[in-house]
Design a binder for this molecule. Structure first.
Ligand code: THG
Length: 264
């Protein structure tokens, strides 16, 4: 499971404050803690203010790189911002994201190729976010083909089918799981990732719902998640599910995590 730590995000109030106050220590602490908890990438997202997005991302990336060696996941809907900050990133990380909106593939894929990054591909186009299987597959096929045209191998693509809220669409997860199954059948090399929290919008006990979604997605072979690695209940669910799925021989990872107090 490739964990993308989501906690350095300007839409979170405490992080927005740290950005405003230029409080390096708060950002660096989040980078260290997420790394210690097993994050493979540290997502950095400036939040909403477009005019200062580039300068905010630059500052966040510098903060993180001073504190940890963990690869960075540049989280921005704006290809210009990604292009401006990617030269600062010291080792190949992840671009979050490309989609079929406008000419994004032609803006983002050259960066993926030239800098040797991985990339999250959202199954969105100018028609909006699909909620059924077929349009998600269409966008996936197109994004995989264009990546190939740029010489980017399939194993560097992380498809994010964008889960919808199950409170407004009760087939949300069934469609997500079916989409994942079909993508893996057609493109065995591409990886699947997802945020875990969209599924529970509009519900109480959101974290509980997110955890059970995670277990179902793990059973279906989801490769990666954009998640809070410091959430002990979520980590417990992950490690227990990996044991149950035969992915943790002799329960070694589970036992070690328990001894270190990471789960429980
Ligand atoms: N797919 C991709 N990228 C993504 C998402 C996705 N990036 C952003 C987001 N979704 C994942 N990141 C976060 C970051 C923080 C929180 C959730 C997702 C979070 N939210 C709390 C909540 O919703 O209750 C609290 C927010 C707050 O404290 O203000 O912590 O799906 N590719």
């Amino acid at each position: 499971m490739i964990i993308i730590g989501e906690k350095i995000n300007g839409t979170i109030k405490s992080v927005a404050n740290a950005i405003k106050e230029k409080d390096k220590a708060i950002i660096q602490n989040l980078a260290v803690k997420q790394t210690e908890a097993g994050a493979h990438y540290i997502d950095v997202c400036a939040g909403t203010e477009v005019d200062i997005e580039i300068e905010t991302l630059k500052w966040l990336i510098e903060c993180v790189q001073e504190a940890v060696d963990t690869p960075i996941c540049i989280d921005s809907p704006n290809p210009e911002a990604i292009k401006a900050v990617i030269p600062l990133v010291k080792k190949p990380g992840m671009i979050n994201s490309v989609s079929e909106e406008g000419n994004k593939p032609d803006q983002v894929y050259p960066l993926v190729r030239d800098y040797g990054f991985n990339v999250i591909c959202l199954t969105v186009d100018d028609r909006g976010i699909p909620t059924t299987v077929e349009p998600r597959l269409e966008v996936t096929r197109s994004l995989v083909k264009k990546a190939n045209d740029y010489g980017i191998p399939q194993n560097r693509l992380y498809i994010d089918p964008l889960v919808s809220a199950v409170s407004t669409d009760n087939t949300s997860i069934l469609c997500f799981l079916q989409t994942m199954r079909q993508i893996k059948q057609e493109f065995p090399e591409v990886k699947i990732t997802s945020g875990l929290s969209n599924v529970s919008f509009g519900m109480p006990l959101r974290k509980l719902v997110n955890r059970y979604f995670f277990c179902l997605a793990l059973y279906e072979g989801m490769d990666s998640a954009i998640m809070d690695p410091l959430d002990k209940d979520l980590q417990s669910a992950l490690l227990a599910t990996q044991v149950l799925l035969g992915q943790d021989r002799l329960c070694r990872k589970f036992s070690n995590a328990y001894r270190k107090g990471l789960i429980g």
